[in-house]
Design a protein around this ligand. Structure first.
Ligand SMILES: Cc1cc2nc3c(=O)[nH]c(=O)nc-3n(C[C@H](O)[C@H](O)[C@H](O)COP(=O)(O)O)c2cc1C
Length: 165
């Protein structure tokens, strides 16, 4: 039994719910799991593995690079898995998905995650500012909830094996 932290960033809540779903799955496999917003995490002491996830906003993953730098020494000692939530995965846009992976590597560098994933997220125009709605219209972004809960759970179930915990 390992202690695992799922640390996430989220502006509109869709990544929060994905992090919680991952945490639930890890807990069901017998591990002790904390799911926490990155900004509230002060120490990684006592964790045997860390899952880090964040949403893509204008080509950058919210919060992840900052978190990885702040905890670089502790993160280098444990297996790390990373995930990105974005809309490029909803439209299966290969360029956008390649960009998301590149952004994940950049945010976690020099760490090499033992597992990584790009998940489709949610875009709810009612939750966006006028300017954000203008931006997403301009890039013809798909609108809706594209989260694939079965795929999220399946990825989470594979993590302990990949993390060696
Ligand atoms: C202003 C804005 C910019 C975005 N930029 C991108 C982007 O560059 N690439 C992408 O694939 N998705 C982009 N998205 C979609 C978000 O990544 C998606 O809505 C995600 O689920 C948001 O996560 P959250 O609810 O946890 O904040 C953008 C969404 C908004 C509102």
């Amino acid at each position: 039994m390992a202690r695992i932290l799922v640390a996430y960033a989220s502006k509109k809540g869709s990544t929060t719910e994905i992090a919680q779903a991952i945490g639930k799955e890890l807990g069901a496999s017998g591990h002790v799991v904390d799911v926490a917003e990155m900004g509230t995490v002060t120490s990684l002491n006592g964790y045997n593995a860390i899952v880090i996830g964040g949403p893509m906003y204008v080509g950058k993953i919210d919060g992840m690079g900052k978190f990885a730098k702040r905890h670089s020494t502790e993160l280098a000692r444990v297996p790390v898995a990373g995930f990105v939530v974005c809309l490029a995965a909803a439209s299966k846009d290969p360029e956008g998905m390649a960009w998301a992976k590149k952004a994940l590597h950049a945010a976690l560098d020099p760490l090499r995650p033992v597992a990584e994933m790009v998940f489709a997220g949610r875009l709810d125009p009612a939750k966006l500012s006028w300017f954000q709605n203008w931006m997403i219209k301009k890039v013809n972004s798909p609108v809706g909830d594209f989260r694939d809960w079965a795929a999220i759970a399946a990825w989470a179930r594979e993590l302990p094996g990949k993390m060696g915990v």
